[in-house]
Design a protein around this ligand. Structure first.
Ligand code: NAI
Ligand code: UGA
Length: 680
């Protein structure tokens, strides 16, 4: 007998402590505008301890609250619109849709090219696991049937035969009903991408605003303040088109008290229409976005403490509760939530700058920064994460968010606080400059006539995101010395894209073909061939070295990931989407390079036009790591002995990310200089 799955959560009701709605009990202690029913008041809030922090299990359907004096119905969520189809909006909306088949999720963006890509086989960003999510949520899925027993374990009574095949004839149901076949019904697509911004906003119960909020580059606060142009533009569209009662969610990272501004804009355009504004910052990291979203450590929801504010928070929480344990959904006041995001990134950046400052001390003293990091990281109060020294942090957010915090402090007339955080950025720049200077110093203070290969262009491993990549600054510094060639290779980025970006950041004239000396390669060995020095600028595993045997052949350490088959699924409701995904991954892991759809759930992917630029790019470049059909396939670790044979003496390697085993490299004849370790 078939068991169907895909539970949809009941609509909860929220208990609200009216006393806590404002500190003074007046209903609003602020001059900030409120909606007619007072859904947003920016008054001081009660201490967090008094605020309903964790939401109860779905079945209870009520917010925890010590004293409950009124009930506000939690609005049902059937339609979500996410504005911004970027690194955050795309994956976040995809996971929300994947986990909530009963909710229609539409991602809107004004960038037609981006939307076209999301609707094609070539999503505009690469993230491990994204493809599997899109294949179900965007494309819908077929009915599938599978036995409810681990395929690696033989069926009791059978001769050790294990059945990893999935077919419609998969055995009979056992007595207790738990091991029989499970039928997963077909799923309709519920994730859509479109440029119809206003229309989709007007249909949504929840509008997630996930547009870019970079640093201002001109005018007041240039270089520090957040550029709110995109956010403001979207807010105006939302204000004009959102339906009454809609919940507006700040997903973008925004300055503290942005919710005030959103509320004012809404009140300006639609004075008598109730809206609720929430802060729900995103903590995902590039390269692990899907994993971060699926196994999230916390969801932060900031709301006003009014009945409507808390009800809106509960509505948003119910969306996440489809897969996130209630204990990980934290609610705070809206400004704490906005500030917490800036502080989270600033503290992470600060840790990196702290260890990089120590790297400089190590280079001058003979201590080794990895050893220092290991020693201090063993203290649970410090912890081992984010202590990897290198050439500094990159990425679209750390720098801008630290600067935004510093700007906030300046605006609040707290220059000491601002200086403290600005020093984090200063130390980051120092790390890069020191590394580039070290390369030049080791190469006799001149790069003229020399070829240098830069390995890694993305700002971190396993992503094709190159925003604020330290590699760009390193290339710029190298070019100042007039080298013969700067070769650039990245295992995850498409060469054409890298060329385009380098041209944009450093000027088209630096590129080969335009009279410049920067050559972008799609092959690491070509990039390294004839090089005087190699610089490792991104911590890709591909660049790590592994012991070499007497035969000169690289001995790869094969660490087989143990992916546990999650069956048997217990309970009468059938597996959740997360459990199905775990099964999908377990079955895939059983066979190397095996079936991309072992459950037989996937529908056909969208087809591309004959003239699809991305298909052509894939054909001409190999383009591993680009496009849904081609997730980042590791090109394997570099064969360092082969590279040694191709390089010029004395085989300089500058390890800016501490990925190399120096002893092994030196035995092979390389001359290695590493960040955080004394050089020669
Ligand atoms: N990239 C990351 O890993 C993380 C980013 N964030 C924050 O999330 C926000 C978004 O960042 P990303 O996704 O990286 O930015 P992004 O630049 O990749 O995407 C933003 C998208 O918004 C669209 N957009 C801009 N103005 C628009 C308008 N008026 N109407 C419709 N669409 C519009 C752009 O076309 C673009 O596709 C930022 O505030 C960022 O600080 C937060 C956590 C992680
Ligand atoms: O707001 C954001 O955009 C996101 O910023 C970071 O995520 P991300 O920038 O994608 O990547 P990280 O893993 O944090 O790495 C950032 C940079 O720091 C560098 N790094 C990281 C860790 C470390 O120990 N040392 C180090 O140099 C990385 O190489 C990379 O260049 C945060 O980790 C996310 O929580 C946050 O949501």
């Amino acid at each position: 007998m078939a068991i169907t799955n895909l539970r949809s959560p009941p609509t909860p009701v929220v208990d609200v402590d009216e006393e806590s709605a404002t500190l003074d009990g007046s209903g609003s202690g602020s001059t900030a505008p409120t909606t007619p029913e007072g859904s947003m008041c920016f008054s001081p809030l009660p201490p967090l301890d008094d605020f309903p922090v964790n939401l109860p299990p779905r079945s209870q359907g009520k917010l925890n609250s010590t004293s409950t004096t009124s009930l506000a119905p939690v609005p049902p969520v059937r339609n979500i619109c996410c504005v911004g189809a970027g690194y955050v909006g795309g994956p976040t909306a995809a996971v929300i849709a994947f986990q909530n088949p009963h909710i229609r999720v539409t991602v809107v963006d004004r960038d037609e090219k981006r939307i076209r890509r999301w609707n094609s086989r070539h999503p505009p960003i690469y993230e491990p696991g994204l493809n599997d999510i899109l294949r179900v949520a965007r494309d819908g899925s077929r009915e599938c049937v599978f036995p409810n027993q681990p395929s690696t374990q033989p069926e009791a009574g059978e001769d050790g035969a294990s059945d990893s095949s999935i077919s419609s004839d998969c055995g009979s149901q056992s007595d207790d009903g738990s091991r029989g076949p499970i039928t997963i019904p077909a799923r309709q697509p519920n994730l859509f991408f479109t440029t119809e911004v206003a229309k989709c906003i007007s249909e949504a119960d929840i509008v997630l605003v996930a547009v870019n909020t970079p640093t201002k580059y001109r005018g007041a606060g240039a270089g520090s303040a957040t550029d709110m142009t995109a956010f403001e533009a979207v807010t105006a569209v939302v204000a004009q088109h959102a339906r009454p009662g809609a919940i507006i969610v700040e997903k973008s990272t925004v300055p503290v008290r942005t919710a005030d501004f959103v509320q004012e804009t809404l009140a300006l355009h639609r004075p008598n229409t109730p809206f609720t504004v929430l802060s729900n910052p995103e903590f995902l990291a590039a390269g692990t976005a899907i994993q971060d979203l699926l196994t999230v450590d916390r969801i932060l929801i900031g709301s006003s403490p009014t009945p409507a504010g808390l009800a809106a928070a509960a509505a948003l929480a119910s969306v996440y509760a489809s897969w996130v344990p209630r204990s990980r959904i934290l609610t705070t006041n809206v400004f704490s939530s906005e500030l917490a995001k800036l502080v989270a990134n600033s503290m992470l950046a600060q840790r990196i700058s702290s260890i990089n400052s120590i790297a400089a001390v190590c280079e001058a003293t003979g201590a080794d920064v990895d050893e220092v990091a290991r020693a201090i990281g063993a203290d649970p109060r410090i912890g081992p994460k984010f202590l990897k020294a290198g050439i500094g942090f990159g990425g679209s957010c750390f720098k801008k968010d630290v600067l935004s915090l510093a700007y906030l402090a300046e605006s609040l007339r707290l220059p000491e606080v601002a200086d403290y955080w600005r020093a984090v950025i200063g130390m980051n720049e120092f790390a890069r400059d020191r590394f580039a200077a070290r390369v030049v110093r080791c190469l006799n203070n001149t790069l003229v006539g020399k070829k240098l290969a830069v390995l890694g262009y993305a700002f971190k491993k396993d992503t094709n995101d190159t925003r604020e990549s330290p590699a760009v600054d390193i290339i710029r510094s190298l070019l100042e010395e007039g080298p013969r060639e700067v070769a650039v290779f990245d295992p995850c980025c498409v060469p054409e894209m890298m060329r385009e970006e380098i041209g944009r950041f450093l000027g088209a004239e630096v590129l080969s073909g335009n009279g410049g000396c920067v050559v972008v390669y799609g092959d690491a060995y070509e990039a390294c061939s004839g090089a005087d020095a190699l610089l490792i600028t991104t911590e890709f595993d591909e660049f790590k070295n592994t012991p070499v045997g007497g035969d000169g052949v690289e001995k790869k350490k094969v660490v087989k990931k143990v992916v546990v088959d999650p069956r048997p699924f217990k309970g009468s409701e059938g597996p959740t989407e997360s459990e199905l995904l775990a099964l999908h991954n377990a079955l895939r892991a059983q066979v190397e390079g095996g079936d991309e759809d072992p459950l037989g759930r996937f529908n056909a992917m969208p087809s591309c036009d004959a003239g699809c630029m991305d298909c052509q790019l894939e054909k001409t470049t190999g383009a591993a790591g680009y496009g849904a059909s081609q997730q980042h396939v590791s090109k394997g670790r570099l064969d360092w002995s082969r590279i040694h044979g191709q390089m010029r003496r004395p085989h300089w390697v500058f390890d800016g990310r501490r990925v190399l085993d120096i002893e092994v490299m030196e035995k092979m004849g390389f001359r290695v200089e590493s960040v955080g370790r004394q050089g020669r």
